[in-house]
Design a protein around this ligand. Structure first.
Ligand code: ZN
Length: 209
């Protein structure tokens, strides 16, 4: 299992996935068709199943041997209200497939009755390296830097309606967009939702308060 990956390496993997997607005839015009990326590039299908939860929310998981992404049907209403969240979760599971599944090990036969539950379960708020990497991957897949940056250069990133317009274009949640913009150092949003040109500007202003 490849555990130690830097964000740049994850970014590179997502870029590679998109390049293969384009080779398969997929379009890179936003919004990226994440279902089709999974299907065309990795032969991954999507299942809607009820995944039992403990105290933490589980939005999705992955059955590597079945080459299936499991979306938790328990949260179908939440996904309907926030299509960006559904897309991000799918991108996250593709991320696990690309970054954390050793395809060679999948050739071993599975005993009957095995893999009833997904092998990889994604609990909300889990901050392990694997989960962070899958988040980075999804972010880079749905909002590729080379497509997002030119859009941002033509937008006022300190103007909230402009941000909503960009989020709509890429069909992502405003939260996912904010994280991505901050990652790419395009702007920075503080905990209260105030916008700054950069994290440095935020830090500078804070020191005056
Ligand atoms: Zn995960």
């Amino acid at each position: 299992m490849k555990t130690f990956l830097k964000r740049e390496q994850v970014e590179e993997k997502a870029r590679g996935t998109l390049s293969k997607f384009e080779d398969c005839g997929g379009s890179l015009a936003p919004p990226i068709d994440v279902d089709l990326v999974g299907e065309l590039v990795y032969d991954l299908q999507i299942d809607w199943v009820v995944i039992n939860e403990d105290s933490r929310t589980i939005l999705g998981g992955l059955y590597p041997r079945k080459r299936r992404i499991a979306m938790n049907e328990t949260h179908i209403e939440k996904f309907r209200q926030k299509p960006g969240l559904e897309r991000f979760t799918k991108g996250h599971e593709i991320g696990h497939w690309v970054l954390h599944v050793d395809e060679a090990s999948l050739d071993y036969p599975v005993l009957p009755g095995m893999e009833i539950e997904p092998d990889i379960l994604c609990r909300d708020g889990e901050s392990s390296w694997r989960e962070r990497q899958a988040e980075w991957f999804s972010s880079a897949l749905l909002m590729p830097a080379d497509i997002l940056i030119p859009v941002c250069q033509n937008s006022d990133l300190l103007h909230r309606p402009s941000l909503y317009k960009i989020a709509e274009k890429f069909d992502v949640t405003i939260t996912a967009l904010s994280v991505r913009l901050s990652q790419l150092k395009l702007n920075y949003m503080d905990d209260r939702g105030n916008l700054y040109r950069s994290r440095e500007e935020y830090a500078g202003q804070k020191s005056f308060i």
